[in-house]
Design a protein. Structure first.
Length: 115
């Protein structure tokens, strides 16, 4: 079970559901491996300008952050099984979830009132 308060989300790839988490460290590693900023990657995926290598790198770090120990070859096999479109869609959801501020307006107001 994923804990959204820790930034964990469930990612469904084919018949399997995996717990994923992109920490700041993972985001830095993704940026370094791909030599692109995370917002640039998210934009490229949203515009369908994504390489398979990008999907593998993002999924590798997200899956490892969720406690899964997959290498590039295993992730490539998962992508091949589910298809590039499904994998791209799930990676886009993962990045959107990671980059979105999850505080609701009520929570923000409550935090301001407490300060």
């Amino acid at each position: 079970m994923a804990n959204p308060l820790k930034g964990e989300i469930l990612l469904t790839l084919g018949k399997e559901t995996y717990k994923c988490r992109l920490t700041i460290d993972a985001l830095v590693r993704i940026e370094d491996e791909l030599d692109k900023g995370i917002l640039e990657l998210a934009t490229a995926i949203a515009e369908a300008k994504v390489r398979i290598r990008t999907l593998i790198v993002v999924l590798k770090h997200a899956l490892r952050g969720g406690g899964n120990d997959f290498d590039d070859k295993k992730i490539g096999s998962i992508i091949q099984d589910v298809g590039i479109v499904v994998a791209s869609t799930e990676v886009a959801k993962l990045l959107a979830s990671t980059l979105t501020d999850h505080d609701s307006d009520e929570e923000v107001d409550k935090k301001k009132a407490e300060a």
